[in-house]
Design a protein around this ligand. Structure first.
Ligand SMILES: Nc1nc2c(c(=O)[nH]1)N[C@H]1C(S)=C(S)[C@@H](COP(=O)(O)O)O[C@H]1N2
Ligand SMILES: [Mo]
Length: 328
């Protein structure tokens, strides 16, 4: 049994990966991805459970300041399964800027998060650039316990802290021309050195997008924290998107820019492999990924030893009452 990883390295089309000037880098890239690919993704965690040193290093990455004045949103106070242990959630991540496997948490510590600004603009009446203090002052923080489902068919339950995206919309007031929102993740090729960074041909920076009516939905959330504290870097500090009815890749990490636009923008995974990562990406048990079924998922809950329970995948990841009407 194995988890699947997104970059179908051997399937990346030639046009994406080939450039004569980067021939050697390309070979290194493919080696990295294949080495980290299907079947091997469990190894790093099992290896790290035996190391007390690594566990304490890991715990330091989430020993962060608590977020103050947060309320627990009673509508999202629990789900039908336990919250995933933080030691697992913070050591089993996808953050390709820092590497092509699940064990990017040490590499991700290179992410510079202070100072940080988020530029919000495009088709809005009130464009604004927020720093983190502005965001915390402006938007009351709440905790929401959400199911989290990766397109690779593993899942967790995570206690996010943040604010609903619709609160930001109300602040900046999109114009009637705005139809989509685009999120852009932090990008600095000298720092984010994951697979493919040396290949100018991959569609960095990581971008994702929603329709405006999806963004206005109750569920769409910006997280500034998790487990009551600031976000660890591996989770996409200091601010990332959380969209629990969609596959995890829609939730861009370490957001530096939020733009309101008229046309559906290109996004990272959809540009790389459109047949595997569609724009909508709603969790759907009856729509298989081209390379695996989505009917069940591997729910990862308790650590530090990696183990999982096989569960049926829920349509819209269990959030149909909030969002199904957006797609009728
Ligand atoms: N910038 C950026 N955002 C990203 C990714 C990424 O590689 N880069 N991976 C996505 C994927 S595939 C998933 S499943 C989630 C993982 O979030 P987590 O590591 O906090 O659980 O982040 C998403 N956001
Ligand atoms: Mo994912």
């Amino acid at each position: 049994m194995s988890f699947f990883v997104h970059p179908p390295s051997w399937q990346l089309s030639e046009s994406v990966v080939t450039s004569e000037t980067v021939y050697h880098n390309r070979r290194r890239f493919l080696k990295t991805l294949i080495g980290a690919g299907i079947g091997a993704s469990l190894l790093p965690l099992t290896a790290c459970k035996s190391s007390v040193f690594q566990q304490s290093e890991l715990a330091m990455t989430y020993n962060l300041p608590a977020l103050e004045n947060l309320t627990k949103n009673p509508n999202f106070a629990e789900v039908d399964r336990p919250i995933t242990d933080q030691s697992l959630a913070s050591s089993y991540n996808n953050f390709y800027e820092f590497g092509g496997n699940k064990s990017i948490w040490p590499a991700a510590q290179a992410l510079p998060t202070n100072p940080w600004t988020v530029e919000v603009g495009g088709l809005v009446k009130n464009p604004r650039t927020y720093d983190l203090d502005d965001l915390k002052r402006k938007f009351p923080l709440e905790e929401r316990i959400y199911r989290f489902r990766c397109v690779e068919a593993w899942s967790m339950v995570l206690p996010w802290v943040g604010f609903p995206m619709k609160a930001l919309m109300a602040e900046v007031e999109p114009t009637s021309a705005a139809k989509f929102i685009r999120f852009t993740s932090f990008y600095d090729p000298n720092i984010t050195k994951g697979p493919g960074f040396h290949l100018g041909t991959l569609p960095w920076p990581y971008t994702e997008s929603l329709r405006l009516d999806e963004m206005a939905n109750e569920l769409a959330f910006f997280a500034l924290g998790i487990y009551g504290k600031e976000l660890p870097k591996q989770h996409g500090a200091p601010i990332r998107a959380v969209l629990p009815w969609k596959y995890g890749f829609k939730g861009a990490k370490s957001i530096v820019k939020v733009e309101f636009v008229a046309e559906q923008p290109a996004t990272y995974w959809n540009t790389l492999v459109p047949s595997e990562y569609d724009f909508e990406a709603n969790v759907n048990p009856s729509k298989p990924h081209p390379r695996w079924s989505q009917a069940t998922e591997k729910f990862i809950s308790s650590g530090p030893n990696l183990s999982w329970e096989v569960r049926a995948t829920l349509p819209y990841n269990g959030y149909g009452i909030y969002v199904a009407r957006l797609y009728s």
